[in-house]
Design a protein around this ligand. Sequence first.
Ligand code: PEP
Ligand code: MG
Length: 756
Amino acid sequence: MLETLRSIIQEVNEARDLTASLEIIVRQIQRAMNVKVCSVYLLNHNLERYVLMATKGLHQDAVGKASLAPDEGLVGLVAQRSEPVNLEHASSHPRYLYIPETHEEEFESFLGVPIIHQREVLGVLVVQQSEARDFDADEEAFLITLSAQLAGIIANEEARDAITGFSPTGLKTTDAFFDGLPGAPGVVIAEAVTVFPPADLGAIPKRKIDDTKKEIEFFNDCLNAVRIDISELKMKVKGQLRPEERELFDAYLHMLSDNALGAEVIAHIEQGNWAQGALARVARGHIRNLENMDDDYLKERATDIKDLCSRVLFYLQEKEKKNRQYPERCILVSEELSAAMLAEVPKESLVGIVSAKGSGHSHVALLSRAMGIPAAMGILDLPFSELDGKEIIVDGYNGRVYSNPSDELRERYEEIVREEEQLSEGLESIKDLPCETLDGHRVELWVNTGLMTDVLRSLERGAEGIGLFRTEVPFLLRDRFPTEREQTEIYRQQLEAFEPKTVTMRTLDIGGDKPLPYFPIKEENPFLGWRGIRVSMDHPEIFIAQIRAMMKASVGLNNLQILLPMISNMSEVDYSTRLIKRAHQELREEGLDVVMPKVGVMMEIPALMYQIKLLASRVDFISVGSNDLSQYLLAIDRNNPRVAGSYSTMHPSVLRALEWIAREVHEADLRVSVCGEMAGNPGAAVLLMAMGYDVLSMNATSLLKVKSVIRNVNYHQARDLLEKVLMEEDTEAVKAANLKKQLTIFSSSWFKEDIL
Ligand code: PEP
Ligand code: MG
């Protein structure tokens, strides 16, 4: 069974489009289950009906025509119930419905299972038999298992079609959208450019081309380039290898010849595939076959094929890269965007970012926030390769991407873009005014930084300090740990730019979703594993170098404070403060006039909430990392798009925890801040202000919006609102109450981010 399942999924994965996938599914299932009929019905959203999309056994003319409403027939029943219907005598069931187009009257037994993707019934998979047949539990389980696996593939294929503007049944569709996670705030409409990692045969997306002749010429050029390389290599090793060993190169040249690999690839290009996709497909097929061989010698040949094809791919990509023209305004799209990919686009052209993997906390999202470019991340079902060259809308507030927008939708978003421009212009005037409520309650607005660009933008917006300098960002951008001297330079820039305002530098917070490329950490459960202070404590040499660099950089400026991430135990605080004091002592002994900085702790782990008094006796301030605190309170991975819908810092329990922390820290006479993303969300910022937080630290883009909202509210109004939302039962109720109340006070435009 497992083998059959695997082979069906594999074949479907290789199919060129949805129609081909469905044809494979019905053909293979009909054979595997030995049934007379196998059919797939898919929901057409425009018609609100389940349309027969492929069949083996029913009349072919009915494909695309025969359809059932959810309350019609047995197919509708499966969809309605979202569970299998297994009938030995289908014709006697009250929901049995004869559809004339399908000529199905002679089929007596029926087994239908729903095709469900992310809670939504996409369609129904049906098998039928002429005579009465009691499909047993194994058969039912087989069909359910298959359907669960096919659902993702079908959803992807449907998404692909939606992008081209057609539903699977051929009807025109618009406003196809894909949901992910907010990456960086803002909205943008522009042309998508899809990029992917170099020389990775597994990452090449499918792409259709019109000019097959030109593509074949291009492929032949690249193939020739590899042939020349191999011939040169053969010459080069002349003196080093024996003639029989050098014969291997002849074998390679043969593989690359026109009637071997080359011919297969060309055959795929002729069917309208682009060269890279055709090559990847041929390579994958051969590699799989060879790897499955029993013979070790043949198994080894898989490596040769991989190597040769990667070489050809390298040329295909290099040449394409050279010819690549970026549109004047481009939205960069990829399965997983990297900083290097971002760097390749001319700075003035880059207006938006979309990544199918990652989250708002990924490296790329941090960069896009620093650049003030809207970004949507973690869009699992995004058929990213299909977006290339298409006009798309990126809604960075909600992490949503629209393709194929209708005129109305485009106009609506153009209006939002215009509105935002006006609002930003209007905000300039409050840049130097204090952030205080109408009745004089003062809260300080600081910024989160990572790069120097953040610092400059922050100063332009009147930031009163840096509440979180994520020092791992400069670490991430290198290929080795920066030296103490390099770090000193980086830190000095930030301290100098902000002097005399305070700069809070967090010690290295790697691990979780932030592995350094040169210091890989492989763990089953990275967010519960070796991250933040835990890594620093196990590598005191890295920690001490960092502390020394921070202190050296602060000489003469004295505006540094140090923040420790991911603290869960007093022993971690004690050990790190001991190391900090030692570093301070050493530097003074080295003759440097270093002032001992304040040391604070990030409140990110719920356990620490119950030791605040103890903690307060050891540190100078506390900063709440609401991103991680929410993650650990809710037990929801903040980076996992699959559960992103349930992650929210507006969950009533998270808000209660935040209120508790503010009260406890104040009772211990320390200052408390929030430096998680919620601080930059105007709707949430009002609540945090009402809880009594002294400092809100956020990305520079949000600063003036938050200030504008706080300057327009009374403290007592905000307290009332807080009391009300704390009584709500769930996130949705909190958001609704918060939004309703705030809308009565402010213009709605500020609360687009209320989706947090
Ligand atoms: C947080 O967890 O809220 C925080 C600010 O830290 P980071 O997002 O860098 O983990
Ligand atoms: Mg954190």
